[in-house]
Design a protein around this ligand. Sequence first.
Ligand code: ADP
Length: 615
Amino acid sequence: MVQLTLGTKRTALALYGVLLVLPTLVLGGLHWRQLVIDHETMLAVVPSDAQDATRRLRDAIKSSLKELVEREEARPFYEYRAAYFPPGNIGGEVNFLPSPLKVGPTPRGILGWFSYTAGDTTTGRLPRVILGSRQSGAKEEEIKNAITYAALDIQRSETRMGTMPSLFSRLFNTRDDSLTLPVLALNLADENDQGCVADELPVLRRLQHEKRPIYLSKFLLHFYRETDGTPRLVASREVTIDGDTRLSSASLCLAKLRSNVLIRQGFLIDPNWLFRELPAAKAASVLRLSQQFVPMDATADPLAANLESFSIHPVRDLGFSTKDPRNEVYGEIKVAVNVKELESRFRTQSVRFLGVAAMLIVSLATGLILLLRSVNRDLEAARRTENFVAAVTHELRTPVSAIKLYGEMLQDGWVDDPDKLKEYYRRIVRETGRLETLVENVLEKSQLGQRGTAPEPDDLNAVVESLASSLSSLAPDGVLDIAFEYGDDLPLVMLIPEGVRSIVSNLVENARKYARVPTDDPNAEPLLVKTHMLAGNVVLDVMDRGPGIPHSERTKIFDAFYRIGNEKTRTARGTGLGLHLVALQSAAMGARVAVLDRKGGGSVFRITFETARQG
Ligand code: ADP
């Protein structure tokens, strides 16, 4: 039996482990590992990702700037004035159109345009400044001054260095926008000198098929800071037009083209746009969660301070020339690695995983407990059935062999003594009675499950009294070992007389088996069957002075076929059905059964009945 118990338990546990615990652990472990690996991989790629993102951000800023510059590059040189003469034939009169720079909106990123002719000796001639139709109010004057200053600065440095940009421009990076001689001459004339231009119409018309090349250089970008530190971004290009002697006779207003002309024109880029607005806007679309945009002049971010970061230096990276090398690093913006989001995401995932793991552990533990309980229950049932089979076999074999023995002895005429004959007959009857009880017990149990006799109000004392004499007569060795005590004025209780009889006989029979009253001691206390009121209920007690029932066995003894101890070591005969029948009969009457310690030693089997309702 022990072997069976251990083996079955081990098999059940092994199956549980292999089929449920092991796969759960393996899957859980793999999932956790994947979680950690993913997190580490993500952390590992964060810096290179950030580096990539920095490159992308720089490229995005660069392409926006390039777009702006290319748009300006496509602009014909003659638009850099208040009014211009569009290419085409010259009719009866000369009509100048207002320049789109003057009347159109200033594009985002541009503060204004400038243009001047190199070597223009006209006294006090300042560079032409065009601001477009922007609505910037008070700032307008400041911007105008800045543009003038920038243009003059270029002019000054050119004079100082004595460069020959015309030659340089013509060789490299130039574009040829040929125009007819009159269109060129008109666009170089002073727009205010319309009268003079009108006088020259015949000359111009005559020359209107003469094409002249114009060389336009690319825009060069330059960065510098004013003495008060204000940043300035200038884009400038050169326009060179070769002089033409055919105009030597024309009046002064068209005379510029007599010799080579060099025009310097350009525009001022808005530093606030390039250093702040553009990077911030691009960062919003280019950077990811794990990358943080640190704008120019950002006050030290405590988070960014600990993190790796990658810089963009717009001046240097976007191709601005600068005289002061310190200016190369002006306007630095950064992309910092921000692992906070990743860490918090990992934390959330871990908490979620641990939650699921905890739930699984609870489920597995509950499953294990339920499994063990069920295995124990099944093993217990198997043990009881085994005990029952052993007990019934034993119970059957003993009386059957006794009856057979006595019957054979009588049949063979071995016994002559009339006393002995009587004794043998008595024994045969007793053993037959025992067999009958056994069969009845088994029958009673099987019938109790089906029968549906309802309890009725009855007098408990009367039912017990009707049993008293037969119970007394069954005393072993013919010595009276039982006493009855009846409570006075007991109310009627709900009972089935047959059930009460079965209960009392079983309990008394048990007491006689397991708590036998010693016949050799005249002072020995008899078994006591007592009815009385207790806490408002009618109870029936069967008391003995036997060994009592250990606490650990008290719930089990009422189970079917349960017997205390081991079948091999037990001396008293039985099938483990007696107390089970007591419990079943009690339940059928709505009564409760309990076993208690008796004061002074022994047990009390107590049946508490339901009092019958009045009326
Ligand atoms: P059985 O008598 O056939 O073994 P029961 O269901 O009547 O089965 O009793 C269950 C067990 O309870 C018995 O094996 C016995 O060990 C124990 N028992 C029953 N009555 C008493 C008692 N009065 N005193 C001590 N032990 C008892």
